[in-house]
Each structure stands twice: as structure tokens, then as C-alpha cells.
Design a protein around this ligand. Structure first.
Ligand SMILES: [Zn+2]
Length: 289
């Protein structure tokens, strides 16, 4: 700007430059409007896909897609100059991101996170419901290609896959290796030979899991997470009764992560004036050495 001002010292030169700058940087609100226009499904009135922190009128310097807007992700996004973070899952530790209780408790973890977002002029937008509603489901599509399972996917029911026969242990091992998962858990018989798989990423709830497990064309359900006394003990009982059922728990982050990498690829097809990057969320678990 200074350079141009020196080269062209007339009042309109400054006006021209500042207009050009604001054109080059859409606001967070404008970016979200473009997403709504492109997603291909009607935008719901009841949705968790809203801004969770930050001012919608903030000019966007860069967009980071991620699975969860963790403190670590926010730091890495800010360091890369991405001030609009598009997160699949909550920022403030509950589905609705309700901060009233945290505020009342004067919670130190929440306070530091909120302060970081404010000080770095960041905006956090959740993109969950509509990314799943899109056809094909943006998360499932990303996960299927990360696993290399496109050729095994059922055309009518995309959550179902018919794989070459292998043991549950070998299947779980392949998933762990392909997605580089540190802590993956399995329920059911280790040596059960299976071909019929259902993928239910994230925390879809025990009802959704059971509906899959009740099907004759499903032997293994692959999920993100669930309370341990729900689907886990259901499958444990099924296995103890000699039923051909098993469950693989990838953990929530690894079970949907590739779907948000896919989201960055999709955003690049219609947002050309802002840099876009995928910031992977670190798996929270570790095992003792
Ligand atoms: Zn999800």
C-alpha cells in the first residue's frame, strides 16, 4: 500500500487500494453464505452449523478445515494465517457448544480458549449437519477414499461395504494402519471371518449402531465412539451367543477426520480468493510404551 501511495500520490489511489483489499478478503459471514449456496441441500433452521466464536464480519485471511477446533488446532491454524476455522465437531465440549455453564463456573480452560480466539481475531464455524446431509455424505466420502474402499461400497446404501474375506483382527489391523490410529479397540471374536461391513462414523448413537447390527448383511460395524455400556456390551453379548457380529471403535477423531480433509478439497472448488488448508486434529489418546 505504501509503495502504491508513493508511486501514485493522489487521494483516489488510497481508496482504490483499500477497496481492492476488502474485495480480496471476504468476511466470515460471506464465506459461510457461499457454503450455504453450494452445499446442495436446503439450509436447516434448526442446526448446530453456526458460528461458535468470533465476529462474523471479520475479514478472512485463510480458511482451515478440521475435525475438532481443539486448542492445538487453533494454535496451528493461527500460525498458518488461517483465521476462519471450519470445524466438524464442537469447540466448547458439548453438542450445542453451550458456554453459559462454563462462564458461570469461570472455567479456566474455556476462558483461555475463548481469549485465544478473540486475541487472534479468529472465527470458529461448525459444519456438521449439512456436510453429512450432502449427497454423497462429505464425511463418508472422505473416509471411504482414505480407506481405499470405493470399489467395495454399496451403491444404494453407501454405509455398507462388501470386502474380500478376512478375520476381524486383520480388518482392524488394516484400518489402524491406513488411518494411522494409535488407540483402536475391537469387540467380538478375533478370528471371525467377515466380508460384510457397515461404517457409522462419529458418535451416531447406539440406536443407529443396533439397527446396523440387526441386519443379516452386516457382520462388523465400524464406529467412532459410544458409551461403553451401550453398543459395546450389546456386541459382547452377541458374540458370547455365537452370533457373527463384531465392533471396531476407531475413536471419534480418526473415524471422521478424512471427511474434513475432503471438505477442504470441496471448498477449493468454489472459493478461490482465500487460501484454504486442512489442519488435522491430533488423536487425543495414547498408550503406555
Ligand atoms: Zn460427523
Amino acid at each position: 500500500m505504501t509503495y502504491l501511495w508513493l508511486m501514485c500520490p493522489r487521494p483516489f489511489a488510497l481508496i482504490f487500494v483499500s477497496l481492492a483489499t476488502s474485495y480480496a478478503q471476504p468476511t466470515a459471514h460471506e464465506v459461510i453464505e457461499r457454503i450455504k449456496a453450494e452445499v446442495g441441500v436446503p439450509w436447516r433452521t434448526q442446526t448446530v452449523d453456526t458460528i461458535k466464536a468470533g465476529d462474523p464480519e471479520t475479514p478472512v485471511t485463510g480458511i482451515a478445515t478440521t475435525m475438532m477446533a481443539t486448542f492445538d488446532v487453533l494454535k496451528r491454524a493461527a500460525a498458518a494465517g488461517h483465521n476462519l476455522v471450519i470445524t466438524h465437531e464442537p469447540t466448547f465440549y458439548s453438542h450445542l457448544d453451550g458456554i453459559e455453564v462454563l462462564q458461570k463456573e469461570n472455567d479456566a480452560v474455556w476462558a483461555d480458549k475463548e481469549k485465544f480466539i478473540r486475541e487472534h481475531k479468529m472465527v470458529v464455524f461448525r459444519f456438521h449437519d449439512h456436510w453429512h446431509m450432502r449427497r454423497p455424505d462429505g464425511i463418508l466420502q472422505g473416509m471411504t477414499s482414505a480407506l481405499g474402499w470405493q470399489k467395495f461400497q454399496n451403491a444404494e446404501r453407501p454405509a455398507l461395504y462388501t470386502l474380500p474375506e478376512m478375520t476381524v483382527e486383520s480388518l482392524a489391523g488394516q484400518i489402524r494402519k491406513k488411518l494411522d490410529i494409535k488407540v483402536l479397540r475391537v469387540v467380538g471374536a478375533r478370528d471371525l471371518k467377515v466380508t460384510k461391513i457397515a461404517m457409522v462414523p462419529g458418535a451416531s448413537g447406539t440406536l443407529a449402531h443396533r439397527r446396523m447390527l440387526q441386519r443379516d448383511d452386516v457382520e462388523v460395524v465400524i464406529i467412532g465412539e459410544v458409551p461403553e455400556w451401550e453398543t459395546i456390551e450389546y456386541v459382547n453379548d452377541a458374540a458370547a451367543q455365537g452370533k457373527r457380529k463384531a465392533l471396531i471403535l476407531m475413536g471419534h477423531v480418526p473415524s471422521e477426520q478424512a471427511g474434513m480433509d475432503n471438505c477442504a478439497t470441496w471448498l477449493k472448488t468454489f472459493i478461490k480468493d482465500v487460501k484454504i488448508g486442512f489442519v488435522p486434529t491430533a488423536e487425543p489418546f495414547w498408550m503406555p510404551r
